[in-house]
Ligand binder design. Structure first.
Ligand code: ZN
Length: 267
């Protein structure tokens, strides 16, 4: 079994902890996972630095976009958290930090700190795209509402990936594009919130591509958007894209919430 299941273009879907690296540390709820690569295929000895490619990039993407990773533990006599034989699925973990430092053999190794993600376990139905055993399906609109009762949890799905790709991860409010080691970062923000009591739909017309600051401000009713896309509560105008239609009814719902919150009478 390969250590990291995924590719350099997609977030990692799963990792296997099997004692392959001396630098791996397993505290149960917390794992320091060593990246892949740089080993001689025959001797298994480290012969060069690990690069931010393949599965390492996959884990860096999971980190960047806040996506959980399935952890499978293989037999490892050194770890009390591992089975004595075979493989055991250990649930979803979140990558919270990625860094590279010199390992015992003198080469730069990637390390990923991962924490058990109980919330993701509870809401794993939301992870259709990442579910190995189930069909990914269309990934649009069919996500049960209860998966969104956690507010502002940054969670990718097919739609948020699409809106971010259309805008090239550029905030539709301020035009800022944030870039980290695993590429650009932006958030998909719903105009009419999902779940009770708002019942917005998870569809492209109800999404914006925002930077984290403007996502928070939007959720906190610090600004809203007029029918002609000029901003209310902030200077400027929403950046639009022909491939991204925005639902006027969703904007109207958001404006009403904004006006109610700010005690502005609507005539
Ligand atoms: Zn912004």
């Amino acid at each position: 079994m390969a250590g990291i299941w995924g590719s350099k273009k997609e977030p990692a879907r799963s990792i296997v902890l099997s004692g392959g690296y001396e630098d791996d540390v397993d505290y149960g709820e917390e794992i320091i996972y060593t990246g892949q690569g740089g080993q001689d295929p025959r001797t298994k000895r480290q012969v060069k630095d690990q690069e931010l490619t393949k599965g390492n990039m996959g884990l860096a993407l999971s980190w960047t976009h806040g996506l959980p990773v399935r952890v499978i533990r293989g037999a490892d006599h050194r770890s009390p958290h591992s089975p004595t034989a075979g493989y055991r699925y250990s649930g979803l973990f979140k990558v919270v930090k990625a860094w590279r430092k010199k390992g015992r053999a003198g080469f730069l190794m990637w390390h990923f700190k991962m924490l058990k993600d109980e919330a993701a376990d509870d809401y794993s139905v939301d992870l259709g795209f990442y579910d190995i055993n189930e069909s990914p399906g269309g990934g649009t609109g069919a996500v049960p509402r209860r998966t969104y009762t956690i507010t502002r949890v940054v969670r990718d799905n097919a739609l948020t990936r699409r809106v971010k790709a259309i805008h090239n991860f550029t905030c539709q409010v301020c035009g800022v594009r944030l870039v980290g080691i695993a590429g650009a970062y932006a958030e998909g923000a719903h105009i009419r919130p999902l779940g009770r009591p708002h019942h917005g739909w998870d569809e492209l017309q109800n999404l914006l591509c925002l930077c984290p600051n403007h996502h928070v401000l939007f959720d906190l009713s610090a600004f809203t958007i007029a029918p002609d896309y000029s901003l209310i509560g902030l200077p400027g105008k929403l950046r639009t894209h022909p491939a991204h239609p925005i639902g006027q009814d969703y904007l109207a719902y958001n404006r009403e919430q904004y006006l109610n919150a700010h005690h502005v009478s609507v005539s």
